[in-house]
Design a binder for this molecule. Structure first.
Ligand code: NDP
Ligand code: GDR
Length: 375
């Protein structure tokens, strides 16, 4: 039987890496679009990639193609060449705060990018042959009109990122209705992992606190500590992306855990995992949170005392204060439920960052300057 062929845009990102691994495990021939960068950007997928000169069954490997969501010619060329059965459009300028600084680029990549792929499928006569997944987002709900949010909740985007994603959402619906393409929106709530980008709040917290735990830094600067999010694990969520394209008819689905925590609670939980105490300081802090010291399990450490300071620099011109999803439709129609609890997610991320921080601390002790990355 012929292998199914999948094309993933954004394959070098968090979700792209988990999805590529999932699809390769299912026997797919997997192709990914990566953009040209001046430094290597394939860290998250290096474990999946084999030099084509060195493998016998080249089809079972990950194939990479240079392309960009802002460049139709590259997208048309790749789709024509790869002839995918399924396209997962995960590529995006995905940082909400950055979208206020680069609104036009964000609209181009995140909004028009989806249109370019859908139109390529249409123009190349692949309507019947290529299924399309669009990485839609809970940010569409923005200033929430109903809690919890589900597929029928009205949208109210609050950033250039969310507005661009709104365009992509409706373009996906429109191509489905106008041309009968099998196209779905996954309206995914925040999902994280040890390979989450370092400037998203969860990873910034686990990375920062882990570095504090090993003595590499003392302070962590954050923005709105009161923001509430519904955080799940990326590994669970990519399974749902695949499932959505395996049904008889295309539909849009909300994917969420149905549990909500604040940024402050995330900090406290991560500090607990690392066995450190944390003190919140700075303007905008309405309470002082002291986390009880947790006596060490083997993996826990007991070095630092973390100071988390609020820096208004990280506030957004318009904020999304509270998101909470209701994924009943996905549960009932697709039999999907999230597997990873909030506690397990934070633990996995904190421990992974602790390993990295410990390595960096060893390198520093050996006389090398540790690499500093700030948002
Ligand atoms: P990441 O930021 O980790 O990955 C984004 C990917 O898109 C990267 O591979 C990046 O390449 C690529 N990319 C960015 N701009 C372009 C472009 N112009 N052309 C081609 N590729 C580009 O995001 P996630 O993996 O977390 O998210 C995947 C998708 O899901 C995104 O569309 C995001 O908006 C959406 N989403 C994410 C949620 C989450 O909580 N993670 C929730 C809901 C939706 P490079 O590696 O070179 O930067
Ligand atoms: P979000 O994720 O904007 O929800 O978008 P992010 O982790 O950036 O912010 C979550 C909340 O935390 C608050 N916050 C901070 N955020 C960042 N990045 N840095 C800080 O220092 C900080 N301090 C507090 C934010 O204000 C916000 O309220 C993510 C992205 O993955 C999108 O692509 C995706 O669509 C949505 O999730 C669902």
């Amino acid at each position: 039987m012929k292998r199914k062929v999948a094309l993933i845009t954004g394959v070098t990102g968090q979700d792209g890496a988990y999805l590529a691994e999932l699809l390769l495990g299912k026997g797919y021939e997997v192709h990914g679009v990566k953009r040209r960068t001046s430094l290597f950007n394939t860290d998250r997928i290096d474990h999946l990639y084999r030099d084509p000169h060195e493998v016998e069954d080249a089809d079972s490997q990950l194939h990479l193609h240079h392309g960009d969501l802002t460049d139709s010619t590259s997208l048309v060329r790749i789709i024509q060449h790869v002839e995918p059965d399924e396209i997962y459009n995960l590529a995006a300028q995905s940082h909400v705060a950055v979208s206020f600084e680069e609104p036009e680029y964000t609209a181009n990549a995140d909004g028009l990018g989806a249109l370019r792929i859908l139109e390529a499928i249409h123009m190349l006569g692949r309507i019947e042959r290529t299924r399309f997944y669009q990485a839609s987002t809970s940010e569409l709900f923005g200033l929430v009109q109903e809690t919890p949010q589900r597929e029928t909740t009205p949208f109210y985007p609050r950033s250039p990122y969310a507005v661009a994603k709104l365009f992509a959402y409706w373009t996906t619906v429109n191509y489905r209705e106008a041309y009968g393409i099998y196209a779905c929106n996954g309206i995914l709530f925040n999902h994280e992992s040890p390979v989450r980008g370092e400037t998203f709040v969860t990873r910034k917290i686990t990375r920062g606190l882990a570095r504090i735990a090993v003595g590499l830094q003392r302070e962590l600067y954050l923005g709105n500590l009161s923001a509430l999010r519904d955080w799940g694990h990326a590994r669970d969520y990519v399974e749902m992306q695949w499932l959505m394209l395996q049904q008889d008819a295309p539909e849009d689905y909300v994917i969420a855990t149905g549990e909500q925590y604040s940024v402050r609670e995330f900090v406290q939980r991560a500090a607990q995992e690392l066995g450190i105490t944390v003190r919140f300081e700075g303007s905008g802090v309405d309470e002082v949170g002291i986390v009880e010291h947790v006596e060490s399990r083997e993996t826990r450490v007991s070095r630092g005392d973390a100071i988390v300071r609020v820096d208004p620099r990280y506030f957004r011109p318009t904020e999304v204060e509270s998101l909470l999803g209701d994924c009943s439709k996905a549960r009932e129609k697709l039999g999907w439920t999230p597997r990873t609890s909030f506690a397990a997610l934070v633990r996995e991320m904190a421990l992974a960052d602790y390993q990295i921080a410990r390595r960096d601390a060893l390198v520093t002790m050996a006389g090398f300057k540790a690499l500093e990355h700030h948002e």
